[in-house]
Each structure stands twice: as structure tokens, then as C-alpha cells.
Unconditional design. Structure first.
Length: 289
């Protein structure tokens, strides 16, 4: 077998969508990710290939000669992969579901309920894969994904909002009585760098440097640090309910910042009547109430 040295499929999908739309923003809308995620994918591809793929033009992005050649190849390749997957799915009986989900959502929301899914639907064989990278949670690569959306998924997708993204601060209960916001250590997540500035503004708390404090790779690590008494972390309310109930962390302020985004189940609309996916949707609907 010939060895093929290929770039990341995630980066190629970002590039192909940006090249087709001539816009990072429109590509992000199609892929249900942020423009920053698309830009990082394209930048990683350019660094790996050692050549620029786009130039800026008045009408938007313009392809370089190298970018134009790669776009043609990537578009044809992705179209062939998509066609092959459709053929395979039509021929194979549906016995398993391969689900992609955010790591934090899977560990804090899905897994505590996993036993109930198995009790309700013992016939389902669910393979759960997690990632903190939104570009890896792509409908089509999985049977379904649980990703963050603003209720405007691209055409052709069925979207089922599950829980809202609502942010609130948490800290170790022992630190609660002595909390002084102007002296507090704010713990940040690189996944959501603007949460503190937005929450402080909504809570009308002034005199606090929203950019100060240590940064962690994930929300989960920031929450762990808060539980250990290292500072105040910004949490997503639906994913910290168990920690609050058990007293692992406490809420130092009543303000909860509501956003327009949700953790959302996404899959191809053409598979709406798939019995396995219908069973999963029904179970999720019961869980979210």
C-alpha cells in the first residue's frame, strides 16, 4: 500500500469552506464553528505546507496559485469521501451510533446520565468520542455531534438545542466569606477568553481587571483549580450543577449571564427518520425536560 502523507482533514475542511465562500465568516457558519477556529485551521495548513493559500482582496479572500490548486484537489476529494459515506450508510444496517461531543459536556452532563440511556435503549450501541476542538465535531464525520450553536445551523442539518450556555462564577466554599472582587484571583479558560469581561459588565462589578489571572487550557482545569481554592473560575451553569449540589464549589454572586448559544445535537436532516437517531433524540428530550 502506498503511504500517503496528508494534512489534517479538519484543516482541509476549514480551508475548502473558506476558499469556496471566499470568506472565513461564511465558512464558519457552514461548519458551525467560530471564525477564529476556521482561521486557525487555515493557518495550520499554510504552516504545514510552507506557502500562503490566501491573499486579502477588496471583495474578500483571494486564492494564491498554490491555494487554487489545493482547493480543486480538496473539493474533489471531499466530494468523493462524502459520496462514499452516503453509499456505505445506505448499504449498512444501522446498529451503532458514533457520537462526537465536547469533552466537558460529555464528562459533566452526558456521562452522569449514561446509565439511563442504556436502560431506556439497550438496543443502541453508542460510541462516544470527545474533543475540545470545535473543528473536530463535524456532522458527517459522526452520526451526530453535540456542539455549541446559536440556533442557526447550516442548511441540511437537524438541530436540537439541549442546554443553554449560561455563565456564572464559582469558587471553593471555604473562600466564599473572604471574597473581595477587587483582590480576587480570576481563573481563565483559553476556550472562552471573554467570559470574565462579559460577566463582570453584566453584574455591574467595577474596578476588577478582567484580563488578570492565570489561564488554563480548558474550562475543566479552571474549575478544578477553583475547587482547590486557587481563585474564582467562570463556569457554564448546566455543567456545574453537580459540583454545586455536592458543595465542591459555591456561587459567590447571583448574576448568571445568559447567551444566545446552546449545546445542540446536530445530524444530517436526511436521517431524521433513522430509528437509532430518533431514539437518541427522544431520550435527550426527556433528559432536558
Amino acid at each position: 500500500m502506498t503511504y500517503r502523507r496528508l494534512p489534517s482533514l479538519v484543516a482541509l475542511r476549514s480551508f475548502e469552506a473558506a476558499a469556496r465562500h471566499r470568506s472565513v465568516t461564511r465558512a464558519a457558519g457552514e461548519l458551525s464553528v467560530t471564525p477564529g477556529a476556521v482561521s486557525r485551521g487555515v493557518r495550520a495548513l499554510e504552516e504545514e505546507l510552507g506557502t500562503p493559500l490566501f491573499t486579502r482582496a477588496a471583495a474578500g479572500l483571494a486564492l494564491t496559485p498554490a491555494g487554487d490548486a489545493l482547493f480543486t484537489a480538496a473539493r474533489e476529494g471531499l466530494d468523493r469521501i462524502a459520496a462514499g459515506l452516503v453509499t456505505m450508510r445506505q448499504a449498512a444496517p444501522r446498529r451503532r451510533l458514533r457520537i462526537g461531543a465536547y469533552t466537558l459536556f460529555a464528562s459533566r452532563w452526558l456521562l452522569p446520565r449514561w446509565g439511563r440511556l442504556r436502560e431506556c435503549h439497550p438496543e443502541l450501541e453508542v460510541e462516544l468520542e470527545t474533543s475540545a476542538d470545535p473543528l473536530e465535531l463535524v456532522p458527517g464525520v459522526f452520526d451526530a455531534v453535540i456542539a455549541v450553536t446559536d440556533r442557526r445551523p447550516r442548511p441540511g442539518l437537524l438541530a436540537m438545542p439541549l442546554v443553554p450556555i449560561e455563565t456564572m462564577p464559582v469558587l471553593a466554599p471555604a473562600r466564599l466569606p473572604a471574597l473581595d472582587w477587587r483582590r480576587a484571583t480570576l481563573l481563565h479558560s483559553r476556550q472562552r477568553p471573554d467570559d470574565w469581561a462579559r460577566w463582570l459588565a453584566g453584574a455591574n462589578i467595577e474596578g476588577v481587571d478582567a484580563s488578570a489571572g492565570p489561564r488554563f487550557e480548558s474550562i475543566a482545569l479552571a474549575l478544578d483549580a477553583a475547587a482547590e481554592g486557587l481563585g474564582v473560575a467562570m463556569a457554564i451553569r448546566a455543567l456545574v450543577a453537580q459540583d454545586l449540589a455536592t458543595g465542591r464549589v459555591a456561587a459567590p454572586h447571583p448574576h448568571v449571564r445568559r447567551t444566545t448559544r446552546h449545546f445542540t445535537l446536530l445530524h444530517d436532516a436526511s436521517r431524521e427518520d433513522d430509528p437509532a437517531l430518533a431514539a437518541l433524540r427522544g431520550w435527550l428530550a426527556a433528559e432536558v425536560g
